[in-house]
Write a protein that binds this ligand. Structure first.
Ligand code: CP
Ligand code: NVA
Length: 315
């Protein structure tokens, strides 16, 4: 587990928690979500397990879902949050990540950070004495995938042995899906143009754990017979909007014809924000197989589980 030296439970990647803890997180998210049906969204869960705790959130990139879901999650668990950004904190003027980690650890109970280089969050975890949670880096987006797993399970999918198809860029979200495949024993068929493959280290690790990860240049091969079809923006935050990349991605657009190759009850996921008519056509993302709004809402329920795990109250 990364950062274990100081004893804090960091969540930089899904493997920091492992498969059993991930299953416990999903189970707890389902229970908590069910238990607060009908309550106002700002109401605190009856047991208020994080009363008195403060989460510091640092955003060096834009966010809607991650920011709102973590803020509402800590409030529903009885705690509070505060937000720092690159533009107005000393981090943006060159104060080191290590010093920022030391200071925040003296005043707050946990840190969630969205940043670019994954090495920065590793540095944060090395110097923080409170849990550090990955709210997205260029390498991975583990919190998103806790919500994605929760969403498909809620919709009746048994994860072990299920077939996931990823279409498009081999990016941070895909890395966390591949990691989840190894931990939860499902398979991922990736349809991706040459030059945009995911990091082979994630594939090797998942395969070692028994998942089958296949890479194809043909979108139809990747989508055929899939239980879950997933895509994401072709241009991630921090990447330049290259016409060449958009052209290379076009054959991997998720269309109705591509969805028709998946299982008849296949589910469509997208972490959002989406670029309709780029990585996915409107008929699919707004269609009957799309779970995107449940997926977005589940960021909140998943975040609560991640926080409880990080505070040692789960898993
Ligand atoms: N899916 C996701 O992380 O959304 P935000 O960029 O809005 O946080
Ligand atoms: N791959 C996207 C995910 C956004 C939530 C990005 O990094 O911009």
């Amino acid at each position: 587990m990364s950062g274990a030296a100081k004893g804090a439970r960091h969540f930089l990647n899904l493997s920091d928690a492992g498969g059993d803890a991930l299953a416990a997180m999903i189970g707890d998210a389902i229970d908590r979500k069910g238990a607060r049906q009908g309550l106002p969204k700002g109401a605190v869960d009856r047991d208020a397990p994080l009363a008195g705790r403060t989460l510091a959130m640092i955003f060096e990139k834009n966010s809607t879902r991650t920011r709102v879901s973590f803020d509402m999650a800590i409030r529903q668990l009885g705690g509070t949050s505060l937000i720092l950004d690159g533009g107005t904190s000393q981090l943006g003027r060159g104060e080191t990540v290590a010093d920022t980690a030391r200071v925040l650890s003296r005043m707050c109970d946990a840190i969630m950070i969205r940043t670019d280089d994954h090495a920065k969050i590793e540095e944060m975890a090395r110097h923080a004495t409170v849990p550090v949670i990955n709210g997205l880096t260029d390498l991975s987006h583990p919190c998103q995938i806790v919500a994605d797993l929760l969403t498909v399970i809620e919709h009746g999918l048994a994860l072990p042995g299920s077939q996931w198809a990823w279409l498009g860029d081999g990016n941070n979200v895909l890395h966390s899906i591949i990691e989840a495949a190894g931990l939860m024993k499902f398979d991922v068929r990736i349809g991706c143009p040459e030059g945009y493959d995911p990091d082979p280290a994630f594939i090797a690790e998942a395969e070692k754990a028994g998942a089958r990860i296949t890479l194809s240049r043909d979108a139809a091969t990747a989508a055929s017979g899939a239980d879950v079809v997933v895509t994401d923006t072709w241009i991630s935050m921090g990447q330049s909007h290259a016409e060449e990349k958009l052209a290379a991605m076009m054959p991997y657009q998720v269309t109705e014809a591509l969805m028709a190759l998946a299982k008849p009850d296949a589910k469509f996921l997208h972490c959002l924000p989406a670029h309709r008519e780029e990585e996915v056509v409107s008929a699919v993302i707004d269609g009957p197989q799309s779970l995107i709004w449940d997926e977005a809402e589940n960021r909140l329920h998943a975040q609560k589980s991640v926080l409880l795990w990080a505070f040692g109250l789960l898993g």
